[in-house]
Design a protein around this ligand. Structure first.
Ligand code: NAI
Ligand code: MG
Length: 499
């Protein structure tokens, strides 16, 4: 049976037919150098369109625009309620254009369009709406002072939360629009101005969002979008002296480069980096629920998730059954182009990334892992890879210790959950973990023992605009989403008045 592909909206065709420019100071401009680069459709390997390739000169122009908008533009005078209204208007526009944006996400990243429509876009809208509400709620406090060396004096002291200033935001390709919302939402709610750099693999939805930002009534220069490569545009943004804060999501390796670039002027840095998250099925887990969830935990979004449940720990009593269940689920996943309504997994984002993941599979085999399902690329065009389940993996193997960022899970049996917690806490990553059990006390004990930014109990990959999200150890610095996200974009000022 052939399934008819989902149509690409006519508006997307006409949008892609026009030359793409980037957004600097409210104007749509080419790179100063005139250079462009092509973004590819990972399902076909063919170019979709070309976008400007920004370098230091373009980043400088964008930072200056953001600086001017922050220091002297109408943005600073705007009431919190007016800022919140614009964020809410942006959310409405994203919602109205969700079909178009989902098609762009599919074209650029390869993900199934129905997934983008069901997950990425609703989450994008929800994050913007949630953050819109914070614009009016950034309160300081009054602080009773004692001042022991000024007996008899009286003070009225209070704190104010001020925007940190010009923010450089560098995002990855796995959830392009949603990552943009996670960055823009809290920064704009706090009153910052932004230079956003999407990943070179997926620049399109950020450019479309830039148009919606203009339509939503943000003053010129409040949001600037520059497209370009990490080593040029990204590095220039991270090092620019006009940037007060850098917010980054991506690899741990580049996270380190960002910290180094930001160190000379000590700009603020927040980082959301890699993970190698354990999904732990205890002896009393509800296996009917846990098994499909374990497959989804690793295979959702082609495994291209920082939170992917890439280490599946199963109590020895259930190990064979769960291994076979997850392997059967892997074999049954329809892998195909994202415009097919039946595809549940698309191609990986690029040929380079697929080569990287295949390199991990090869190293796993060499080091003694057994491939229970999948294990190979799929014949092209496009950068497809089979959902893969590995067994007989041990700590010390690269597939066990490093982030693969693809549809590859290592299944490991255990006897005592204490061993698993100890192994998870020894990992250099600490982004997320999950525990499956019917015992409430055990659930809470393990949630307390696991050193990770998020612990899920009897669920996986539940992220919410209201729930802080981020990593311990080398998985990052700071928490995005929830009230804590505002802390990344504000500085506290203390005011002390003698009365
Ligand atoms: P990456 O970390 O190189 O790219 C993420 C963003 O950083 C992109 O916008 C890129 O242009 C920018 N960038 C790259 N080099 C930069 C530099 N020197 N200075 C400033 N910005 C720079 O990630 P990449 O190469 O796409 O993927 C490599 C691995 O990173 C993946 O296999 C995965 O393990 C991890 N990764 C983790 C993500 C997460 O959500 N935590 C997202 C993407 C990748
Ligand atoms: Mg692309």
């Amino acid at each position: 049976m052939t399934v008819r592909p989902l149509p690409t909206p006519a508006s997307v065709h006409s949008w892609l037919a026009q030359p793409r420019r980037m957004l600097i100071g409210g104007a749509w401009v080419s790179a100063v150098s005139g250079e462009t680069f092509e973004t590819l459709n990972p399902a076909t390997g063919q170019p979709i369109t070309a976008v400007p390739s920004a370098d230091a000169a373009d980043v400088d122009a964008a930072v200056r625009a953001a600086r001017a908008a922050f220091d002297s533009g109408p943005w600073r005078q705007m009431s919190p309620s007016e800022r919140g209204k614009r964020l809410w208007a942006l959310a409405d526009l994203v919602e109205r254009h969700a079909g178009e944006l989902a098609a762009l996400e599919r074209l650029d990243s390869g993900k199934p369009q129905l997934m983008a429509q069901a997950v990425d876009l609703p989450a994008t809208v929800d994050i913007l709406r949630y953050m819109a509400g914070w614009a009016t709620k950034l309160e300081g406090r009054t602080v009773p002072l004692s001042v022991p060396y000024a007996p008899g004096a009286q003070f009225h002291a209070y704190t104010v939360r001020e925007p940190v200033g010009v923010v450089g935001q560098i995002i990855p390709w796995n959830f392009p629009a949603m990552m943009a919302a996670m960055k823009l939402g809290p920064a704009l709610a706090a009153g910052c101005t932004v230079v956003l750099k999407p990943a070179e693999e997926t620049p399109l939805s950020a450019l479309r969002l830039g148009e919606l930002v203009c339509e939503a009534g943000f003053p010129d220069g409040v949001v600037n979008v520059v497209t370009g490569f990490g080593e040029r545009a990204g590095a220039a943004l991270a090092a620019h002296p006009g940037v007060d804060k850098v917010a980054f999501t991506g690899s741990t390796e580049v996270g380190r480069l960002i910290v180094r670039a930001a160190s000379h002027d000590l700009k603020r840095v927040s980082l959301e980096l890699g993970g190698k998250s354990p999904n732990i099925l205890l002896e009393d887990a509800d296996l009917e629920a846990a098994m499909p969830a374990a497959a989804a935990a690793i295979f959702f979004n082609q495994g291209e998730c920082c939170t992917a449940g890439s280490l599946l720990y199963v109590h020895r009593r259930h190990f064979d059954r769960v291994l076979e269940g997850v392997a059967a689920a892997a074999r049954a996943i329809p892998v195909g182009p994202g415009d097919s309504p039946s595809s549940q997994m698309g191609p990986l984002v690029s040929e380079a990334h697929r080569t990287r993941v295949l390199g991990y599979l090869e190293s796993g085999r060499t080091e003694g892992a057994v491939t229970v399902a999948g294990g190979s690329g799929l014949p092209g065009p496009g950068f497809f890879l089979q959902p893969t389940v590995l067994a007989q993996t041990r700590p010390g193997m690269r597939v066990m210790d490093e982030e693969i960022f693809g549809p590859v899970v290592c299944a490991v049996p255990f006897d005592d959950p204490g061993e698993v917690v100890a192994a998870a806490n020894r990992s250099r990553f600490g982004l997320a973990a999950a525990v499956w059990t019917r015992d409430v006390s055990r659930a809470h004990r393990l949630a307390a023992a696991l050193r990770a930014g998020t612990v899920w109990v009897n669920c996986y990959n539940i992220l919410d605009a209201a729930l802080p999200f981020g990593g311990a150890r080398q998985s990052g610095w700071g928490r995005e989403m929830g009230e804590e996200a505002l802390a990344l974009y504000t500085e506290t000022k203390s005011v002390c008045v003698q009365i």
